[in-house]
Structure formats: structure tokens, C-alpha cells
Design a protein around this ligand. Structure first.
Ligand SMILES: [Zn+2]
Length: 261
């Protein structure tokens, strides 16, 4: 059951540079024969990466027994959740039992993947008999390059990135084109953050740190805003994440496009 990627416009998701040249073949036959879970790891997604992702998803969902099984299939928790986000649990439950297959691929250090993105795949044989397939590209390295306020870091990691892409697939949600908006996809992710007591992403797009956009600096520092309502006041406090866009990518886009496309 091999498939290859093909570029097809899927909502407003796919704008990454270089995807046209991307063609990936692999077999899912060694994985779940009948897709007991519709969220699967590619066979070459290292166990350390799977654990890293599962660990973040456990914290977000409160399902402390969530895991990837020996076939790379995402298994949700069977035990009652402890804390975490109900909205995230509902999204993952819809993803693993839905009609679309999602394959998780390690895209670390790829210049065309800014944190995470999703592309639609194409079965090479018997497409009519198989579910629609989407490949979620995860640049684990990008997440390690982010620094900033601790409050914001808790609201922006590989778990949040993958949930963002899953929401695109499950709900066909889109990201905003204009700066200053989180967008309908991040609105849902922000609801999950609220349920976890975390800061919310204030903007889908990142921006240059003032004074650093011009010149010949080898670093292109950019920032992304998060905010959180302060207890007992009507005020929201702003928190920032910072990274070097020369390393993470996204500078070639017309708008400075944040991760989680
Ligand atoms: Zn997106």
C-alpha cells in the first residue's frame, strides 16, 4: 500500500516552497494492516521522536496512557483523563476514527517546513478503495530553536503543532492571510490552551523584532506573540517566543508566515 505525495491545494494550507519536488514513497504494509488508528507514524520516524510527540500529547490531552503502538499507530488513552484539554481529546478521537488517514513524517531541518505543515498524499494503487491520505510534516529541529518566555514556550511545542495540522485535516480549517489574527484553526488550538491553563497565541504570523529586519545581520530574529488573561484583572499580559528565521525558515514567504501551516 505504497503512496506518493502529490501537491494538491488543500484549503489554504499548502504554500511551502519546494514541495513540488517532493516525492516520497513508502510502504504501510508493515504497519497496521487494517487501519485501527488513522494517525500513523512513517516507519522511519525514530522512536525518540515518537516518544517526544507522545509525551507532549499526553500532557495536552490528560490521557497519560496515550502512545504509539508497535505499528506506529496512535493509540488514545483508555484510562480516564487527568486534567488536559477536552477539545484536544475530541479532536484526536475524531482523527483516529475518522475517514482520513494521517501519516506523521520527520521533516527535521527541511528549509520548506516551518515547524509543521500538511500535504495531501496520493495512493499509487487502488486509490478509490483507500481513504484520503494526508502527510503531516514535522520539523522537530525547528522547535528546539525557539526561545522566549516560559509561559509562551509551554503553549508552543511539537504537540501543539501536530494538533494544528490535524485540525486542518479533520475540520478543513484555514489559516488567516492577514497579520494580527490567530485564524479559525488556531482559535480551536487556543481553546485547548485555555483548557490547559496556558497562554493563547495572539497572531498566526510572526514578525521581525523591531530594528532587526534590515541590514546584513546573519541572524534574522523574529517573534511570535502569546497572551494570557491575568487573574482578577481585565488585562492580558503578552509573552513572546523568539527564533532565528534564517535557521527555522519562512522568510521567503510574502507574509512572514508562522509555523503550523
Ligand atoms: Zn495552519
Amino acid at each position: 500500500m505504497a503512496y506518493k505525495l502529490r501537491r494538491r491545494t488543500f484549503s489554504a494550507i499548502i504554500k511551502a516552497v519546494g514541495l513540488l519536488s517532493l516525492s516520497v514513497f513508502f510502504s504501510l504494509e508493515s504497519q497496521a494492516a487494517s487501519f485501527a488508528s488513522n494517525v500513523l507514524c512513517r516507519p522511519d520516524l525514530a522512536s525518540g521522536r515518537r516518544n517526544e510527540l507522545a509525551n507532549k500529547l499526553r500532557t495536552i490531552t490528560g490521557w497519560h496512557d496515550l502512545s504509539f503502538d508497535e505499528h506506529g499507530a496512535l493509540r488514545l488513552g483508555k484510562a480516564a483523563p487527568s486534567g488536559g484539554s477536552e477539545t484536544a481529546r475530541n479532536l484526536l478521537a475524531a482523527a483516529v476514527s475518522g475517514e482520513k488517514l494521517m501519516v506523521l513524517e520527520d521533516a527535521s531541518n527541511r528549509a520548506d517546513v516551518v515547524f509543521c505543515s500538511v500535504v495531501e498524499g496520493l495512493w499509487t494503487k487502488d486509490e478509490d478503495e483507500k481513504p484520503p491520505v494526508f502527510v503531516i510534516l514535522i520539523d522537530f529541529a525547528d522547535f528546539s530553536r525557539v526561545t522566549g518566555d516560559r509561559v509562551a514556550l509551554a503553549a508552543f511545542n511539537v504537540g501543539w503543532g501536530v494538533l494544528h495540522e490535524i485540525d486542518h485535516v479533520v475540520r478543513d480549517s484555514v489559516d488567516p492571510k492577514r497579520a494580527g489574527e490567530a485564524g479559525e484553526c488556531e482559535d480551536v488550538i487556543n481553546k485547548m490552551r485555555r483548557e490547559c491553563g496556558l497562554a493563547e497565541r495572539a497572531d498566526y504570523h510572526f514578525s521581525f523584532i523591531p530594528g532587526t529586519s534590515e541590514g546584513i545581520l546573519t541572524m534574522k530574529l523574529v517573534r511570535l506573540a502569546f497572551e494570557q488573561q491575568q487573574p482578577h484583572t481585565n488585562k492580558k499580559k503578552r509573552y513572546w517566543l523568539i527564533w532565528d528565521a534564517n535557521l527555522v525558515g519562512g522568510l521567503k514567504e510574502r507574509i512572514l508566515t508562522a509555523g503550523f501551516r
